[in-house]
Design a protein around this ligand. Structure first.
Ligand SMILES: Nc1ncnc2c1ncn2[C@@H]1O[C@H](COP(=O)(O)OP(=O)(O)OP(=O)(O)O)[C@@H](O)[C@H]1O
Length: 875
């Protein structure tokens, strides 16, 4: 839309009515204007140019040769329909928009009512699935062991309390089961592309939504905001043709209250009828929320008529308003943060929310792309043939399917995916975990059964939500000294003790000293192969030896486990690894902390460990937010967004970041502020806090030379003669007679016109690989790197299995004896080949003994950087 007119009253045959006219952007299939009538005119209050509008059941009429559209009696107006709003968010928004905002900032806390709510919901689901009550309770409480332990809860009394809640469910269920026509479904995932709403209904009974609340309610009617949730599901069910005109709220605490002390209606189940007025209200509330998110504005609380004096969050609300100088219905208390901090908060908030919008755009692809397009985009595995299912003993289902074709996809074993009967929007869909995925078969576990015909990558907002929480924790709850230093009001300070821990490498020794001597933070700048992992392991050993409790973190699970492996070699075994079973490497499972188990044992194990290791995303979890450390070490820090790094460093008094801002930057969709890592910012602001590791243990002299000059001011050099002069001869390859490149070589090919794929070049690459294999190299010693996935596929088809072919991102952190790089460069190089030069730095520095660059020399020469690369490679 481009413009919205004022709301005005006109006389109609139905009497006086309000209307507002919205002007739309010109397009072939869109009308010029749409007239909103009655209650939909309120939409005009918050519409802004650029927003998208969807109108269902429009009324059409011809006027002066033009078709005009307006809302009809059955119409809904949906603002920004592609922004999928979660049902629980709509509920919270209706209660108070500001509370919705505050919850988004602070994340779900580690608190007993939250943990208990989850337990009761699990037991409810299990009861609907026909499980035995005692087994269900025992399992649920056991699974929550760690959280209950951190909360200091006694498992017996938790079991008892959950049992009381469950008795309300049981009683009601037994009533319900008396009739024949009761059909049940627990936990039903619903996504609507029309209304821009997603959610998971606790249960559907006779086609009607049932929601569970672990609170009490002694009134006859459900609470208004509780009704909202059930009404959302009714709306989504109606869209699927189910007439859901009644909702049920089940207040399980009603069964646990002392009947002698409480009066009122103590029956847990409260039904209410859902009319069109309520459904429209739900959509209008959702629209307000989506519009607020579109404009990234901050709600004040005045949008609703909630009463602040009855709100549990009133104090928190006033403090946040006071510190960030936000307008709030509850008022402000406390002193305002310095302007620089408020600006920082706002800048990062907007950057994180921009990233969230990108994730929402990913959701929209679920319905905007056809199944074939999604499969071609590697986002779905389609055309599966159901091949049986079995119910699991602890509830849940294992679904099997055959794969007629083994097309590639991003989906891997262990991933959480959206499993569906072929249509994830209009059909049946459930979140599931991929247990097996090979060329012929798929096995997925879900809570509910379905005919498994399709798997989709399901985007997750978890990492953006955790970034936001980390930003909140840092700016609003962070240590003052930490903020003084990170906001540039104070300089970081260092002691100058010489520890002399690493005798054979001066730079590593200096880096270890700088980190051990830091009062605030230290930065270790490690170019490729310079022993970052080794330095981290040494540092962890030294910190622990002096009595510090250490948190080790990295962007990826792989880096965390790599570092742990090096730490094990330092004879440290008092390690707790926090992560999921599928995320943690096999040989590190022994350190992994399970959520399930005895509460006190699990909590003590975590609390007492001198070394805890987890990815930065996990550092933002409820469990990890309960922990504190003397020092936090972060590997791959240059790949982390600033809030991503904050999630880890918020946990400790001091921190050490290890990274290389001349290698891969943070991967973000929206770009902007998040592409600069905290590592990069700090090393520029405080070069004195950093130490460059200069000696590399990986590459032959000739290979590292270009990287050293271009990225490290010529300071990078081989650690010793053996590294510098290594050659394929060391591996028994006679390069003279096998005619392969030893060292660095360039192979000129004439580029094609397709920007992303070049079959001829792929052919040449395959020939080169073949020659190395003929010369006696193992497949596992050779790697091929291409800038685009299409070219990766093209080459992958031509080289034998076992030769790694991938994009740069997948190669970061690894190395090969021989690396072949395919540039796919054509014409005047208008698009960046490796997006930025840093990617090429990573690609080339994977090679130990030989590096072959394959590309169109004429095209490459049009860019100064690549021209210098050619001169070096052809020397
Ligand atoms: N001070 C040292 N003395 C002897 N060997 C070392 C030293 N530091 C590192 N190495 C060796 O150098 C190799 C590379 O080290 P490491 O794996 O720690 O590098 P890295 O910087 O983590 O690599 P990447 O760039 O892939 O992240 C390893 O084999 C390691 O044992």
């Amino acid at each position: 839309m481009t413009d919205v007119g004022d709301v005005r009253a006109v006389s109609t045959k139905y009497g006086e009515r309000d209307l507002a006219e919205v002007t739309l952007e010109p397009g072939d299939s869109v009308p010029k204007t749409v007239t909103l009538w009655g209650k939909w005119t309120e939409t005009a209050d918050y519409l802004e140019p650029g927003m998208e509008l969807l109108l269902t059941d429009p009324e059409e009429r011809e006027w002066n040769g033009e078709t005009q559209y307006s809302t009809s009696k059955g119409s809904y107006v949906v603002v920004e329909p592609d922004y999928l709003v979660d049902v629980t968010d709509i509920r919270e928004w209706v209660q108070c928009p500001r509370q919705y905002y505050l919850s988004k900032l602070s994340g779900l806390p580690l608190k007993y009512p939250v943990a208990k709510g989850t337990l009761v919901h699990e037991v409810f689901g299990d009861l609907l699935r026909g499980r035995d009550l005692d087994d269900a309770i025992d399992d649920a409480v056991d699974d929550a062991g760690l959280e209950l332990g951190l909360l200091g809860e006694d498992p017996d009394s938790v079991r008892e309390e959950v049992r009381q809640h469950a008795s309300a469910i049981e009683g009601w269920l037994n009533q319900g089961l008396l009739t024949e026509e009761d059909d049940w479904r627990s936990e039903y995932t619903l996504i609507s592309d029309t209304f821009g709403i997603k959610g998971r209904c606790d249960a559907i009974r006779r086609g009607m939504p049932v929601e569970l609340k672990t609170g009490k309610n002694t009134n006859r009617d459900p609470r208004f905001h509780d009704k909202i949730q059930a009404a959302c599901y009714a709306l989504l069910l109606e869209e699927r043709g189910v007439e859901a005109d009644t909702g049920t709220l089940l207040y399980t605490k009603n069964a646990a209250v002392d009947r002698g002390e409480e009066s009122g209606d103590l029956s847990p189940a409260k039904e209410f009828s859902i009319g069109s007025g309520l459904l429209e209200f739900v959509v209008r509330s959702r629209n307000r929320l989506a519009a607020m998110e579109h404009g990234m504005s901050v709600p004040t609380g005045k949008e609703s008529n909630a009463k602040c004096e009855y709100c549990f969050e009133q104090d928190a609300c006033m403090v946040v308003s006071g510190r960030l100088d936000q307008e709030s219905k509850a008022g402000q208390i406390g002193s305002m943060l310095p302007e620089g901090e408020r600006d920082y908060f706002e800048e990062l908030y907007e950057a994180i929310e921009a990233e969230r919008r990108e994730i929402h755009a990913e959701y929209a692809k679920l319905w905007k792309q056809s199944p074939e397009e999604r499969a071609a985009d590697d986002r779905a595995v389609i055309d599966l043939e159901p091949a049986g299912r079995e119910e699991l003993v602890d509830g849940g289902w294992r679904l099997r399917a055959r794969r007629p074709s083994a097309a590639s996809s991003k989906i891997r074993e262990g991933d959480r995916v959206l499993a569906s009967d072929g249509d994830p929007i209009q059909g049946t869909a459930e979140m599931g975990r991929v247990e097996r995925l090979d060329e012929e078969r798929v096995v997925v576990t879900t809570d509910e059964p379905l005919d498994l015909r399709r798997l989709d990558v399901y985007p997750s907002e978890l990492s953006v939500s955790r970034m936001l929480t980390a930003l909140h924790d840092f700016v609003l709850k962070g240590d003052e000294r930490r903020k003084d230093v990170l906001f540039g009001r104070e300089a970081p300070t260092f002691d100058d003790t010489a520890h002399d821990v690493v005798p054979n490498n001066d730079a590593q020794n200096a880096a270890v000293d700088r980190a051990l001597n830091a009062d605030d933070f230290a930065l270790i700048h490690g170019p490729p192969g310079t022993g970052k992992t080794y330095t981290i392991a040494t540092l962890v050993r030294e910190f622990i030896a002096r009595g510090d409790r250490v948190l080790l973190s990295a962007f990826t699970n792989r880096a965390v486990d790599n570092a742990l492996e090096a730490i094990e070699e330092q004879d440290i075994a008092d390690i707790v690894r926090v992560g999921t079973e599928t995320g943690v490497r096999e040989d590190m499972q022994e350190y992994r902390l399970e959520n399930a188990g005895g509460p006190h044992e699990q909590a003590d194990r975590l609390g007492a460990a001198s070394l805890v290791a987890a990815t930065t995303a996990t550092c933002g979890s409820r469990v990890m937010r309960s922990q504190s450390f003397d020092v936090v070490l972060v590997d791959e820090a240059s790949q982390l967004t600033e809030p991503g790094a904050l999630a880890a460093i918020n946990r400790g008094a001091k921190f050490v970041l290890v990274g290389d801002h001349h290698q891969l930057p943070p991967v973000v969709q929206a770009g902007g502020r998040l592409t600069t890592s905290l590592f990069e910012r700090l090393i520029e602001e405080h070069p004195e806090a950093g130490v460059l590791l200069e000696s590399q243990y990986r590459m032959r002299q000739q290979i590292q030379a270009f990287s050293s000059t271009e990225f490290y001011e010529g300071r990078l050099r081989p650690a010793n003669g053996a590294v510098a002069t290594q050659s394929l001869t060391d591996l028994g390859v006679d390069s003279e007679h096998t005619d392969v490149v030893d060292g660095v070589g360039f192979v000129d090919v004439t580029g094609t016109t397709d920007a992303h794929v070049d079959p001829q070049e792929a052919e040449r690459v395959a020939e080169i690989v073949e020659r190395y294999l003929d010369g006696g190299l193992e497949r596992s010693q050779i790697g091929v790197i291409a800038p685009f996935r299409a070219q990766v596929g093209e080459i992958g088809r031509r080289v034998p299995e076992g030769v790694a072919v991938d994009t740069v991102d997948r190669f970061q952190g690894s190395s090969k004896e021989v690396i072949v790089v395919s540039f796919v460069a054509t014409g005047a190089l208008d698009g960046p080949i490796f997006e930025d030069y840093r990617r090429l730095n990573v690609a080339m520095s994977r090679a130990k003994k030989a590096l072959v660059l394959v590309g169109d020399a004429a095209a490459l020469r049009t860019d100064d950087f690549y021209a210098r690369m050619l001169d070096w490679a052809r020397r």
